[in-house]
Design a protein around this ligand. Structure first.
Ligand code: HEC
Length: 459
């Protein structure tokens, strides 16, 4: 999954995508303040100006949420920056500078701004011209490693060949039930695909809770903790997090587990808020653990060997808080770019994108690692392992992680250049395109970094 490049994006998890404005918006001259912080996704220094109708207290809170330093009445004055993301869609306007000299981030900064934050990207001179194309030359997505080992003396034999235990070291990977992912896999190899940052639990954590003296409740909670402990989730949601600082909930924390969650987190646990866009392995490939996926859309977000029992625990929490599905339908699902891309509905291409009579495919401004030609009604491809080959795919061409991305105009439909692999069909030529029919062209600089995603018409 979008391992490195997703973390290179610039948007908070909760921002829904919108169509970016095509010309620079007029920003207000009212300077409310500015905030210097490290971007949760970009991991870069960012500086945000609060302009127009912001109340100082709201701007200050927004800055505190980003763990930034706020100064009122002044604006950012970065010396070197890639560009600024301008957002004037609301009276509370913002201008966010990406403060680095690393021009390798120009493309992902632009995508983060335009595609996910719905802003207008105003590149600085160092990101102008040729640098503006979207290209991933380093740390391209690579499938997680499947590691196998023989359990230590005294431990039960593993369920894989030769009594081994086998684990995918990646997001959604799980070890065998009752074992500990943090021991069986290397957490430092397994956090890719999600952003990590330390975050305090929800304020409900401090609420008194009579259920803490109910042994049956505590036993069920202990089971939920042990299931989470068997999955990659433990790498950011326990003492195994970087510097021991968990993101929002911590299964090692004394006291209630569920009260650490926000309402939306509980709803994701109960499967009321869909978490299909996160992706996930089928149980058969993941030591019996699965989560909500296309086959089980209303399952819990939590990986489990007992789907009914896991959903039931969180459904009881959902009811305990008096939440309703209707109220939840009004809040964003919190999955950010993963949802924006999963639910994306393509329109007819408006630029140079297309396919010529000789099969040559033309895409937008970037170099491709993945080229998909799909039926017009196919879903957009997103994350490994289960959402990256949508039904209706006619042809998919992959550049290996260490390979050089493809220059526009060098790919012909159905022709596999040397050193590259045709992921679909598994063998042989793809179905011929029907003249005059629309197809969904999806070209990405890396997984989750689309260059082109629109409908082309076969010549
Ligand atoms: C690389 C770190 C990382 C990993 C691995 C990770 N998460 Fe998280 N998770 C986060 C962060 C950061 C947040 C907080 C997002 C926010 O609200 O700002 C979060 C929040 C959540 C929430 C929302 C909680 C709430 O109350 O709003 C749920 C549910 C969740 N994670 C489930 C999981 C599951 C299930 C897994 C394993 C498949 C997992 N996470 C793996 C980083 C991670």
């Amino acid at each position: 999954m979008k391992i490195r490049t997703l973390t290179a994006l610039v948007v908070p998890l909760v921002v829904a995508g919108c169509t970016p404005p095509s010309s620079a918006p007029q920003l207000s001259s009212v300077r409310v303040g500015h905030c210097a912080y490290t971007g949760a996704f970009s991991k870069l220094s960012e500086c945000k100006d609060y302009l127009g109708a912001w109340k100082v207290a709201d701007a200050e809170k927004d800055c505190a949420d980003a763990k930034g330093a706020f100064e009122s009445g002044t604006v950012c004055t970065p010396k070197t920056f890639l560009g600024a993301c301008l957002d004037a869609r609301k009276p509370e306007q913002t201008r966010i500078y990406m403060v680095t000299e690393n021009t390798g981030k120009c493309g992902s900064a632009r995508t983060g701004c335009e595609t996910f934050a719905g802003g207008y990207w105003d590149p600085s001179p160092i990101c102008g011209g040729a640098n503006d194309e979207l290209v991933v030359l380093e740390n391209a997505f690579a499938e997680p490693r499947h590691v196998c080992f023989t359990p230590a003396a005294g431990e039960p034999a593993g369920h894989s060949d030769g009594g081994q235990v086998c684990v995918y070291e990646g997001i959604h990977g799980a070890t065998e039930e009752g074992r500990s992912f943090r021991k069986d896999a290397n957490c430092d190899n397994s956090r890719s695909g999600r952003p990590y940052y330390a975050k305090d639990p929800n304020s409900t954590f401090a609420d008194p809770d009579a259920r803490r003296s109910d042994p049956a409740y505590l036993a069920e909670e202990a089971w939920v903790r042990s299931q989470i402990n068997a999955a990659s989730c433990v790498c950011c949601h326990s003492a195994a997090s970087p510097n021991g600082a968990a993101s929002l909930f911590d299964i090692d924390k004394e006291g209630s587990l569920a009260n650490q969650f926000t309402d939306r987190g509980i709803a994701q646990g109960a499967g009321v808020v869909s978490t299909i866009p996160l992706g996930g392995w089928p149980a058969a490939l993941n030591n019996g653990f699965s989560k909500s996926d296309l086959d089980h859309p209303t399952d819990s977000v939590f990986l489990t060997t007992d789907r009914t029992r896991m959903k039931a625990f969180w459904t009881r929490e959902f009811e305990h808080r008096g939440l309703t599905a209707e109220a939840m339908a009004r809040v964003p699902d919190g999955l950010g770019p993963l949802s924006e891309q999963f639910y994306f509905q393509p329109k007819a291409c408006e630029g140079r994108e297309g396919i010529a009579a000789d099969g040559t495919i033309t895409w937008g401004n970037g170099r491709a690692r993945y080229v998909y030609v799909m039926g017009a009604t196919s879903r957009a491809p997103t994350v490994f392992p289960n959402l990256d080959l949508p039904e209706g795919t006619l042809w998919r061409l992959d550049v290996p992680p260490t390979g050089t991305p493809l220059v526009n105009g060098t790919v012909k439909y159905g022709v596999v250049p040397e050193g590259l692999s045709q992921r679909f069909p598994v063998a042989g030529a793809p179905a011929a395109l029907v003249s005059g029919q629309q197809y969904f062209l999806y070209v990405t600089a890396d997984q989750m970094l689309p260059i082109t995603r629109c409908l082309i018409t076969a010549p």
